[in-house]
Design a protein around this ligand. Structure first.
Ligand code: PLP
Length: 452
């Protein structure tokens, strides 16, 4: 073999090497048999046998433009030719152009930017900035949430992904509030009679905890079930934060970039966070980029105070150029508007599944961001599997559903007892029909677990 030529491995060798030499994330390692993916185009990806899969959750709810968008690929190639890397202390055309574009698409008032290479790191930056700016320590997060995998962001994660880190990683000044969840209200209220008691409870926490720097929320909760708040929630939360001089951090890693039918989910309620964090769809995930955006008030503080944060890869030119192309493609293809119209079509089709499948407890969503929540019993709303079963590695019904759909050429994300449907924003109606038909078929597996 000539020197420098990549050895062609058989598909089996690829899978074996991956399994033996790499960690599979968020799972026990035993029985991990990753599918060998060789290509992807539009709303589909293709395995080594040539089989095509409809990407019904945009991988990890991130490939918003669909696969292999030409303009984004060209931007990557062009940036690699021009200036693949320069340290963050220098000015680059890519950073200046992207920053100016961000002023156009982000919620008004977010005017100063710190770039990272993941959503996790962007949340770490947000929490550090909030603590430096306010001089306070505590962060209020909510139970049904995910904010990232590193020590600060996992400490702010309310879901069971935090559990294996405890007690070692516990705390870090984070306290948890009840989430807004009108299907399974954590404080046993009922909307609208509740008058958004979950938001008021958060105010009670702020009043009784000293030293609260910020509240961090996913405006539409992602992996934990696509929880869409009622319209009063965010205006109320904004008022509470203002009343107590507490910063509001919107984690839009998953909900941003047109996913909910607006550029950012907070735009649905016209509220302005003090810090907005995003990643994923910012480059349609073609390259790793995260963003922490702040208001002028926060930015001004650091004129005279030390900004104690940074990375070698901050504002990496290779990550910024494709973000510019992504925003231009979203504008050219009118994908934000498309997420609204296609989302309505998808939502109606998903809601119709509840008529024939007793395991469907709830169907909720916004734009092209939906969850199908599965239950053993519609009255008690008991989930098909528990959080503890997930962490213990027990077989989950939702994983059987996902496997059945893969067999039928549709890939989607499953989490404990719900499915997340979030296709690329370029999806066609015929592709939605295909995905929902595979789901319809697979839900018979869940129906078998419904209590008689
Ligand atoms: C809401 C939210 N925040 C943060 C993260 C972490 O982002 P990343 O995986 O890019 O580190 C995720 C990832 O799924 C997320 O959904």
């Amino acid at each position: 073999m000539p020197q420098g030529t990549i050895q062609q491995l058989s598909s089996q060798e690829v899978v074996d090497a991956t399994r033996q030499l790499n960690f599979g994330t968020w799972r026990r390692q035993k029985n991990w048999t990753p599918l060998h993916v060789v290509d992807a185009e539009g709303c589909y990806f293709i395995d080594s046998s040539g089989k095509r899969y409809l990407d019904f959750s945009s991988q990890l709810m991130c490939v918003n433009l669909g696969h292999k968008n030409r303009a984004v690929i060209e931007a990557i190639v062009e940036q690699a030719r021009t200036l693949p890397y320069i340290a963050p202390g220098y000015a680059t055309t890519a950073r200046a152009e992207l920053s100016r574009l961000l002023l156009e698409v982000l919620p008004a008032g977010l005017v100063k930017f710190f770039f990272t290479t993941s959503g996790t790191e962007a949340n770490e930056a947000a929490m550090k900035i909030a603590r430096m700016f306010t001089g306070k320590t505590k962060i209020i997060a909510r139970y049904r949430s995910y904010h990232g995998s590193t020590s600060g962001s996992i400490a702010a994660t309310g879901d069971p992904r935090r559990w294996p880190l405890e007690p070692g990683g516990k705390g870090q000044g984070v306290i948890f509030a009840p989430e807004v969840n009108c299907y399974r209200c954590p404080i046993k209220h009922q909307y609208p009679g509740c008058n958004i008691a979950c938001a008021d409870y958060l105010e009670h926490m702020i009043e009784n905890e000293s030293d609260v720097a910020a509240v961090i929320v996913e405006p539409v909760v992602g992996t934990n079930g696509v929880l869409v708040p009622p319209p009063e929630y965010f205006p109320r939360l904004r008022q509470i934060c203002d009343r107590h001089n507490v910063l509001l951090i919107a984690d839009e890693v998953m909900s941003g970039w047109g996913r909910t039918g607006k550029w950012f989910a907070v735009d649905n309620w016209n509220i302005q966070p003090d810090i907005l964090v995003t990643a994923k769809g910012i480059t349609s995930a073609y390259v790793p980029l995260g963003l922490c955006a702040t208001t002028a008030r926060i930015a001004a503080y650091f004129d005279e105070h030390y900004f104690a944060h940074g990375h070698t890869y901050e504002a990496h030119p290779m990550t910024l150029a494709p973000a510019i192309a992504t925003i231009h493609e979203m504008q050219r293809l009118k994908l934000v508007e498309r997420a609204q119209t296609m989302g309505q079509y998808l939502g109606e089709k998903l809601k119709a599944l509840a008529k024939t499948h007793p395991s469907v407890g709830d169907v909720r969503g916004l734009g092209l961001f939906w969850a199908v929540d599965l239950v053993k019993n519609r009255q008690t709303k008991e989930p098909l599997n528990s959080k503890a079963e997930k962490i213990s590695g027990a077989p989950l019904v939702v994983d059987q559903i996902a496997a059945d759909m893969m067999k039928n050429g549709v890939a989607l994300q499953a989490w404990i007892s719900h499915l997340v449907i979030a296709p690329p924003l370029i999806i066609e109606k015929s592709e939605i029909d295909l995905g929902v038909a595979a789901l319809d078929n697979a839900l018979t597996i869940a129906d078998r677990h419904v209590e008689a």
